[in-house]
Design a binder for this molecule. Structure first.
Ligand SMILES: Cc1cc2nc3c(=O)[nH]c(=O)nc-3n(C[C@H](O)[C@H](O)[C@H](O)COP(=O)(O)OP(=O)(O)OC[C@H]3O[C@@H](n4cnc5c(N)ncnc54)[C@H](O)[C@@H]3O)c2cc1C
Length: 394
């Protein structure tokens, strides 16, 4: 049996950050992970370049049953704190849109930084080690793994959510929480593409690969202005991934296909300036041609000179394209989702230390808890912030 001050389950973003912080405080720390490599999700994130933080990260960018929960950790470890860390290591990175920061070269550079921090802090990272069970005794926790048995005073569960089971996602964190009488909220795949009903799939067959800027709104009134992408399975793209976190089965989403235009004004102007041109050809200057053709076939867009439209036609077309309604069939689920909604109820945890209020020495950080960020580097920022806060407390 190996005895350590702190045992961390999961060598992902949250676990490695926590490990280095605790190590620097002089604690003996062991991280165990069933993977062959550490931080496999970081490696595939952001198309292999990891969108590792967002300069504008604030509590409003997170979904959590208690919207105040994330405030303390995010204020004590900000995006700038993480940028300072990667700057000290000389990471080359760039700004994309909307405050998102990505590695220039490869997400491996980021994993190397975290592993270097762990090495400097004297942390042992034991890979290919699956946690099988946990029990508690008067001195702490006994953790049985596929390799060894560990005894620790502080047990940190940083085992992530359920997305991408191929990359080692397991429900162990939720099981440990339930075993120790902590409430776990229902989980759902989020930041995930939509699948479509058969009739919509047929309508949009042939549009695969088309991307367009939209404003998308869920039934609860949440909106994002980003691109949607038609795929052979349904709808994806950043706007769809964002809204998927707010969508529930059976609901519709409303998509403004021309968020930067007032279409009635544009159509009226075209009538006076280019009255002989067809509605179809004029709209194909604003929307992808193949998409316009689908709407012509369905009779939404008239195949006639624009001067022949009356006021009602203009209002109807404008309403349709500014508030296009789609009822998804479902989502692609955990197989392709980026994150898991729900998880360990934050009411059970201290927002300062992430320790269980019921079980001394038991901590939960990162995606395993009921905190889900928007798309755009917010999820990693919460991993850094919760890992940092917990690393100061274990
Ligand atoms: C395709 C994709 C792209 C993404 N892109 C971004 C992005 O660009 N920016 C962003 O902010 N977020 C992104 N995310 C989300 C982000 O990756 C996660 O929110 C984050 O990795 C969660 O970190 P974590 O440390 O909580 O858990 P994880 O990174 O999931 O780590 C948990 C670890 O626990 C280990 N584990 C689980 N069960 C056991 C067990 N029984 N025994 C031992 N080990 C176990 C796993 O092997 C895993 O290594 C993306 C996610 C995906 C899937």
């Amino acid at each position: 049996m190996i005895t350590t001050d702190v045992l961390i389950i999961g060598a992902g973003a949250a676990g490695l950050m926590c490990a280095a912080q605790a190590g620097y405080r002089g604690k003996s720390v062991v991280v165990v992970d069933m993977g062959k490599k550490p931080a496999r999700k970081i490696l595939i994130s952001g198309g292999g370049r990891a969108n590792f933080t967002n300069e504008g990260a604030s509590p409003e960018n997170y979904l959590c049953q208690n919207p105040h929960f994330v405030k303390s950790a995010l204020s004590r470890y900000s995006a700038q704190d993480f940028i300072d860390l990667v700057d000290r290591h000389g990471l080359q990175y760039h700004h994309k849109t909307l405050g998102q920061l990505f590695c220039d070269d490869s997400a491996q550079d980021l994993v190397d930084i975290l592993m270097t921090e762990c090495e400097w802090a004297g942390v042992a990272v034991n890979l290919r080690t699956e946690v099988l069970s946990v029990t508690k005794n008067s001195q702490g926790y006994l953790v049985t793994t596929s390799d060894k048995i560990y005894h620790c005073k502080s047990l940190v569960v940083a085992s992530g959510g359920l997305t991408m089971p191929k990359l080692g996602a397991t429900p162990i964190g939720y099981k440990i929480a339930e075993q120790f009488d902590l409430n776990v909220l229902e989980t759902l795949a989020a930041l995930v593409p939509f699948t479509l009903h058969e009739h919509d799939k047929q309508r949009f067959d042939g549009l695969s690969g088309i991307s367009l800027l939209t404003e998308i709104t869920s039934e609860d009134g949440t909106s994002f202005q980003e691109n949607i992408l038609f795929t052979h399975r349904g709808l994806s793209g950043p706007a769809i991934l964002q809204i998927s976190s707010f969508w529930r089965a059976g609901q519709a989403v409303t998509i403004n296909l021309l968020p930067e235009y007032n279409l009635s004004d544009t159509l009226t102007q075209w009538q006076s300036e280019q009255g002989q041109k067809s509605v179809k050809n004029l709209l194909a200057t604003l929307l992808p041609k193949r998409f316009v053709e689908v709407l012509v076939k369905e009779g939404v867009i008239a195949d006639k000179p624009i001067k022949q439209l009356n006021h009602q036609d203009i209002a109807a077309l404008s309403d349709y394209l500014h508030a296009w309604q789609i009822k998804p069939n479902g989502t692609e689920g955990y197989r392709t989702a980026e994150v898991t909604l729900g998880g360990v109820n934050t009411d059970e945890l201290s927002s300062k230390t992430f320790e269980s209020k019921k079980q001394q020495g038991l901590f939960f950080i990162g995606e395993v808890i009921d905190v889900t960020g928007w798309l755009g580097g917010y999820n990693f920022q919460f991993c850094w912030a919760s890992g940092f806060a917990c690393g100061q407390a274990v």
